[in-house]
Ligand binder design. Structure first.
Ligand code: XLS
Ligand code: NI
Ligand code: NI
Length: 443
């Protein structure tokens, strides 16, 4: 096959922090063991097919700018899809990532009929299986695009029309099976249009029930076909809809509990979706870990001055350190990983720009991993946290929590002359300094 990224030989080497070679890693050293695991196994990087290969740089104000010849109009769609696939796998291999992620329509063009779309998908999935074998790159997750086609304008599972639900379910059946065929480690559900534009025409109760029915169908089929990967929901508060049902991790968790799905579905947390929901990235991870539903990460970043989901590559070591810290505290990834759901700027039109973007993201995450593992290893944050709650291990704390004290007994406790409890410092600035020092020292 003809090479596409002719300026880059690859695989991108690790040359260390002092390297001035732009096409090298300065921090991501995949075989280096950190906290008992190879960096590659900790971080489990994935490249996403959609932003990197299925987007030509168009935005709401203007046409595509990027050099993606397979997206040109008038090509034979299957031939174009094969060229795209070859370029994608060439990129994965040259970059040196273990995984990729895709939507059905990123890889395979829609046909005139559902049957034709299925045949297209199956053919390209077979071809992807071959490329995976050749390159050693695996599938982190597959997903269905249930938001781009006009039929899904009013939602897929939550559509007022059951035929749209059926059509969406048929599509998910195909891509869930394809994900299984490709050895995918997870299957993701992002409800891009599962929400509403106005409550004036929306039946919230029905739509929640429909969404849950859809999830149950997915879970059932996963078990039927023997797919052992995790099913993940990706929370996002809004955009494209005004209000999305999978608002954030806590909302998803409540939904899963309400519909008896909490043991079957976890979350795929995206950095900038957390920001859009008004949370810190690490809040979403900490919440998901506490609730036992942490699955995977879409690594990207927003822009402080833009509300739109701009999907920048992550470049803030400090922000990512806090996220990696929560991931490590929770025991690290199992089936999940770090998927770069991130895109280039419209002016980054050189083919090699895609490498520079991913190198920045991977080095940022690798540094964050080093800083986070240093913090955990030194243990000061955890020691502080434990000391802060130490009272709960004493007699009073235990008796409150085991239910042996009711309100009147606590009233009596106070009335019997227990001294007014003295507040203690939360030490926030001191703790922030610990993080800053770990970021500085991590090597
Ligand atoms: C959009 C989402 C989407 C999912 C996959 O904001 O991040 O890209 O990750 O459908
Ligand atoms: Ni997103
Ligand atoms: Ni995403």
């Amino acid at each position: 096959m003809p090479e596409f990224f002719t300026d880059v030989t690859g695989p991108i080497p690790y040359l260390g922090p002092d390297s001035n070679e732009p096409l090298s890693f300065r921090w991501y050293d995949k075989d280096r063991v950190v906290a008992g695991r190879r960096m590659e196994d900790h971080l489990r990087f994935a490249v996403c097919y959609w932003h990197s290969f299925n987007w030509d740089g168009f935005d709401i104000f203007g046409a595509g700018t990027l050099d993606r010849p397979w997206l040109a109009p008038g090509l034979d769609p299957m031939e174009a899809a094969r060229a795209k696939q070859d370029a994608a796998f060439e990129f994965f291999a040259k970059l040196g990532v273990p995984f990729y992620c895709f939507h059905d329509v990123d890889m395979a063009p829609a046909g005139d009929t559902f049957a034709q779309s299925t045949a297209n998908l199956n053919e390209l999935v077979e071809r992807a299986a071959g490329l995976q074998e050749q390159t050693g790159v695996g599938l982190l997750w597959g997903t269905a695009n249930l938001f781009s086609h006009p039929r899904f304008a009013a939602g897929a599972a939550t559509n007022p029309n059951p035929e749209m639900f059926a059509r969406a379910a048929a599509q998910v059946c195909n891509i869930l099976e394809a994900t299984h065929r490709l050895g995918g480690e997870n299957y993701v559900l992002w409800g891009g249009r599962e929400g509403y534009e106005t409550l004036l025409n929306t039946d919230l109760q029905r739509e929640a029930d429909q969404l849950a029915r859809f999830m149950h169908l997915v879970v059932e089929h996963k078990h039927r076909i023997g797919f052992t990967g995790a099913i993940l929901i990706e929370p996002k508060p809004f955009e494209p809809t005004k209000h999305q049902y999978d608002y954030d991790s806590a909302t998803v968790h409540a939904f899963l509990q309400r519909y008896d799905l909490a043991s079957e579905i976890k979350v795929n947390i995206e950095v900038n979706h957390a920001t859009l929901a008004g949370h810190d990235f690490h809040h979403e991870i900490a919440y998901a870990n506490a609730a036992g539903i942490f699955g995977s990460i879409d690594a990207n970043a927003g822009d402080d001055r833009l509300g739109w989901d701009v999907d920048r590559f992550p470049v803030s070591v400090e922000q990512m350190t806090l996220g990696m810290y929560e991931i490590l505290r929770g025991g690290g990834f199992t089936t999940g990983g770090l998927n770069f759901d991130a895109k280039l700027r419209r002016q980054s039109i050189d083919r090699s720009d895609l490498f520079h973007a991913h190198i920045a993201g991977m080095d940022t995450m690798a540094r964050a991993l080093l800083a986070a593992s240093l913090l955990l290893e030194e243990g000061e944050l955890e020691a502080n946290r434990e000391a802060r709650y130490a009272g709960w291990d004493g007699a009073l704390g235990r008796d409150i929590m085991n239910g042996s004290l009711d309100l009147p007994s606590l009233q009596k406790w106070a009335a019997d002359g227990a001294p007014d409890p003295a507040p203690v410092s939360g030490r926030q600035e001191a703790l922030e300094n610990l993080v800053a020092r770990a970021v500085e020292r991590a090597r």
